[in-house]
Ligand binder design. Structure first.
Ligand code: AMP
Length: 112
């Protein structure tokens, strides 16, 4: 069981921003921007490169969830960035798909 499944099941605490039957959004414990929230599916998809065609609707809901979070935390107008890390070079550390929602400051490009 990953740390994110433990957050879903409330075994460990998290600062939850919003929750639906399909996904949950909570503040990242090590924020890289004034707003740094993770949106994760409740049904485990390990990583984006292992998603199946049938996961399409759930993947879409995660993006709409990120939009909800951006609205709720007031960064829809100022702008924000969505990041999904896959694998070693991508910097993935938790094998449970998650969309980073980053905002509240200007974000440089390209990423490091
Ligand atoms: P990634 O490196 O893309 O796999 O992202 C994993 C993210 O999970 C990192 O930004 C961590 O700071 C974050 N994280 C790890 N444990 C927790 C936790 N208990 N609560 C909230 N965020 C966490």
């Amino acid at each position: 069981m990953t740390i994110f499944e433990k957050i879903i099941s409330r075994e460990i605490p998290a600062r939850i921003v919003e929750e639906t039957e399909d996904w949950i959004a909570f503040h990242d414990v090590n924020p890289q921007a004034p707003v740094h929230v993770l949106v994760i599916p409740k049904r485990v998809i390990t990583r984006v490169g292992e998603a199946a065609a049938g996961d399409g609707p759930l993947l879409g809901k995660l993006l709409l969830g990120a939009q909800e979070v951006a609205k709720k935390l007031g960064i829809l107008e100022s702008g924000f960035r969505l990041v999904i890390n896959h694998g070693k070079d991508g910097g993935e550390t938790v094998p449970h798909l998650h969309v980073h929602v980053l905002g509240g400051r200007h974000l440089g490009w390209p990423p490091g």
